[in-house]
Design a protein around this ligand. Structure first.
Ligand SMILES: [Zn+2]
Length: 404
């Protein structure tokens, strides 16, 4: 759901309103009489509205909070939330109208002005009015330079347009805010943005700049797997297979669970140097270190099948299948290897036996933030746009007498 961060902003705005309420005058002169502003918060509609808001029941929340708004038309935060809820419902025009009319109010404090503008920026962003959203968020930062929501939204807007340099600049600013406190996360995202800048430089054929960017990404966060892969690719294309191997093998140390992404590259680089046996040794080391590593088995099996040892390859593939019966690529490689051996009945039977309880996933990668599914590993989620959130969904290997 895309709604969660938006709702969160609504809640934050609400809490801000609660905290700010203390500071606001408790009594207000309106149309010649004093109004006790506490009444708004004591109204049952207020509590109900709040409950519906927390339960994500938007229509009911709108209904109750509209009642509250009529009790005190001056209550800024209630109108701000109502606008956010209309945006949440997809009524962006109405949300824009509400937030724009709030901006017309006289005597808004700087912070109130910034919060209404932030809501308006989110309205424009949701409605796809990128330029107006950018303008609103930049204006928020002018009024409230420490506003993290504005930074994050600006960064995402630039990322969506592949303006990686701008996104980098904004994340860098955000990371330096005194109350930020997430240095590792900020470094990780800066590293991914450096990597994107490197890829952009590659497209321009500027290999020196690309190399510099990939190295900077690794310097920021050594677990940035695509930067290692890309740096190795640049070196390999420049004819330096040995240093390419060095780059790719660094993934084994810094992000071992993603090491498989370098296997094909390593296999061909070692082959180009006439050192294929070293690739086989590497796979054997990985299997010894992590016995459930089915991908290292697959890589070694492919190497063995290609070098005239299909029987040994098949043994490895069957072992790998026990670790992960759902991997389509294993089944394909097994059939290829079995036909290389002219489909011996005993081995085919063994394969059928191993696969009896297998379940097949076509899209095993899943975003831990928004649950978006993908057939391949992605570095940035196309749905929630977060960086490095994909994990591989696996069912435990089938055991005897038990279905997976
Ligand atoms: Zn996602």
């Amino acid at each position: 759901m895309d709604g969660y961060p938006i709702l969160l902003v609504a809640l934050i705005a609400l809490l801000l309103g609660l905290a700010g309420g203390k500071a606001w005058e408790r009594y207000k002169l309106r149309e010649g009489r004093w109004i006790d502003r506490r009444k708004v918060r004591e109204s049952p509609h207020y509590i109900l509205g709040l409950n519906f808001l927390v339960a994500n029941q938007i229509d009911q929340a709108i209904e109750e909070l509209t009642e509250v708004a009529s009790l005190d038309p001056a209550a800024l935060e209630i109108h701000m939330i109502l606008g956010n809820l209309y945006r949440e419902k997809g009524q962006v025009g109405r949300a824009v109208q509400i937030h724009q009319s709030l901006l017309q109010r006289p005597k808004l404090t700087k912070l109130e002005h910034a919060y209404v503008l932030l809501c308006l920026g989110l309205d424009f962003k949701t409605g796809g009015f990128v330029d107006r959203a950018l303008e609103a968020f930049n204006e928020v930062l002018r009024l409230d330079p420490h506003n993290q929501h504005a930074h994050l939204n600006l960064e995402k807007l630039h990322e969506e347009q592949h303006q990686w340099g701008e996104a980098y600049r904004i994340r860098h600013e955000l990371a330096r805010l005194p109350d930020r406190g997430q240095p590792a996360r900020d470094r990780a995202i800066l590293a991914f943005l450096e990597n994107e800048l490197g890829l952009q430089a590659l497209k321009r054929m500027d290999h020196a700049e690309a190399t510099r960017r990939f190295e900077a990404a690794i310097e920021l966060d050594s677990t940035t797997v695509p930067a290692h892969l890309n740096l190795g690719d640049v070196r390999f294309d420049a004819g330096d297979a040995a240093r390419a191997i060095e780059s790719w093998e660094q993934i084994l140390a810094s992000a071992p669970d993603r090491a498989y992404l370098a296997f094909e590259r390593l296999a061909s680089a070692y082959a180009s140097l006439g050192r294929s046996d070293q690739f086989a040794a590497l796979c054997r080391r990985l299997i010894a270190g992590t016995p459930q590593d089915w991908r290292a088995r697959l890589a070694l099996a492919r190497h063995l099948a290609a070098t005239g040892c299909p029987s040994e390859a098949l043994d490895l593939l069957f072992d790998a299948l026990v670790q992960n019966p759902h991997a389509l690529v294993l089944h394909q490689t097994i059939w290829r290897t079995l036909s290389q051996l002219n489909l011996p009945t005993s081995l085919v039977d063994r394969y059928i036996d191993l696969t009896r309880t297998a379940v097949f996933y076509l899209d095993p990668h899943i975003c831990t933030r928004c649950r978006y599914r993908s057939t391949e590993l992605l570095w940035q989620c196309p749905h929630c746009h977060e960086w490095n959130t994909f994990v591989e969904e696996r069912i435990a290997p089938a055991k005897d007498g038990e279905t997976a």
